[in-house]
Design a binder for this molecule. Sequence first.
Ligand code: GCU
Length: 641
Amino acid sequence: MDGFGYRAWLQPSKAQLGFIPRLKGAKDFAWEECAHGLEALFGRKPTNRGDYTITLETSPDPAPEAYTLRGGPEGLTVTGGCEKGLLYGVYGLLSRLCLGEPVETMNVREKPAVRHRVLNHWDNANGTVERGYAGASLFFKGGRIGYDLVRLKDYARLLASVGINEICVNNVNVYRDSAKLLTDEMLPDLARVAEVFRPFGIRLIIAVHFDSPVILGGLETADPADGAVARFWEESARRVYEYVPDLAGFLMKADSEFRSGPAALGRTQDEGANVIAKALAPFGGNIYWRCFIYNCAQDWRDTETDRPKAAYNEFHPLDGKFDDNVILQIKHGPSDFQVREPNSPLLGAMTQTHQGLEFQITQEYTGQQKDLYATAVQWEEILDTPVTDACMTRDLVGHEVTAIVAVSNTGADANWTGHLLAQANLYAFGRMAWNPAQTAEQLTRDWAALTFGRDPSLVETLTSMLLESRHVYEKYNAPLGLGWMVNISHHYGPSPEGYEYMKWGTYHRATHTHIGVDRTTHGTGYTAQYHNYVRDLYESKKTCPEKLLLFFHRLPYTYKLKNGQTLIQYIYDTHFEGVGDVKRFIKIWESLNEKIPQDAYDSVREKFDMQLANAREWRDVINNYFYRVTGVPDDKGRKIY
Ligand code: GCU
């Protein structure tokens, strides 16, 4: 594959290695990856006549994926807790070398904070990708598994190099063709995909259809309480594990967005999940069970139902009822991957249940890989959000949160992610899932240096632009946690009332005087789902973080923010500012022209034109909408159409 973007953060290093490497240790996969990396990154094949010895070894460790790097004047030893740990050690060493860390003094111990660091691909068997903005599927073509073997291996290396260890290959919305992943028709091909990823320490997951017992098994029902249904899942698990003995498990989206599920059959979510969990348990598999459940056929006139309350209402009473190999997969917010929402009240509320925290790397609502948007900034905020007065969301990681999951942003585009700079989001996800204590700033800086080289001013400029990008996007988007003012279905661009009269439960209920939904205990009661400390924080307009004000409160446009500005003026100002910021980004990017390879420079420059058009559209549509409903002019007299 040609083109700068293909190698992503595994670019040939512009720095010299400073020594001739000699490799010691068993000639296994980690050895090969180390030799490959030294050659690909530094143009140095290890040789027996080398003057610096890199020793690769394993030594049992309670954390098998852990590794140490111990350098000295003569050589450095990479020790893995098992072969996988050793492989991570090799990637850790290579990236530290690229970042310019001196080898003699390297003294590192790393271990992952969570066991399951998972990517979900929303790939369909026909080769399309739901919410994909980077080309066709890497795994499927024309109704079957179909891939480019060289590419897939390079993909596996990219993912493993940042510590991702499980991937779901197919869309959570399972249609009839991909339901067949459970059958002899597709399993031989799936087994070959597993072979590509296995040496890289990556296990596969498949998303399964709740109605599989009916669709594939010819049964009359998929009722989890039916013995024949349990047998169907047992047989399916046995068959799948014959082909893929190390499968990480299944993923299920049930009772969600018109998909079937236990609730539709009068059963509970634990009944639905446990019957599959029991089938997977003998093989060491997990069932990832998504909590994205809400009434998606709401009448907009109904003001009692409040969509953000749904998942907690459904799952919280079931805490403790799930088998040990069930992982409840919870979207980070109670809405749906909006640019700003509070954390899901389920996080931290289920002490007896394994949880997976679900992020979205693919930029569905956040610019679709046309607009620049550094997701790591948002994830950091999510992890820094309190669950109680004494506990942050990040404190749950490694305890009840045993998995960190994200919807992938990759596809068959030559640079994997469409927007070249969106590679930063994939990179940051892997590393943050490995160690959530790492800051967005550090990860962005590392990514910039690994991708574009260690020129300090380039790294600084890129890093600060990326770190600012989330805030800039938010400025021209729906204000203050309101969300959803997007065009329906495809979710790009503004439409202030696009979802206002629809069935999806996403209303801002603007009148000429007020906007927002009162989600306090005086309103829909959503805030009561949080621990008291957090509830009180959001309950009061005074302590509610201002950026979430319109998520929690219904307010008049004349409401005064902390800086004295009115709500309506804040909306106008931020929308004008957002467009100005994008213009500034373009200038910044243009200033880097000399330092970025031409094809990469041009491709990003083109994206910025799209972003500017989008930001303008948002500014003018949103400002126009609020001017129309309120009649309040901009106090700075700028043009509102
Ligand atoms: C969003 C998204 C869908 C997706 C769903 C999910 O609603 O728009 O494409 O299927 O989330 O996460 O299941």
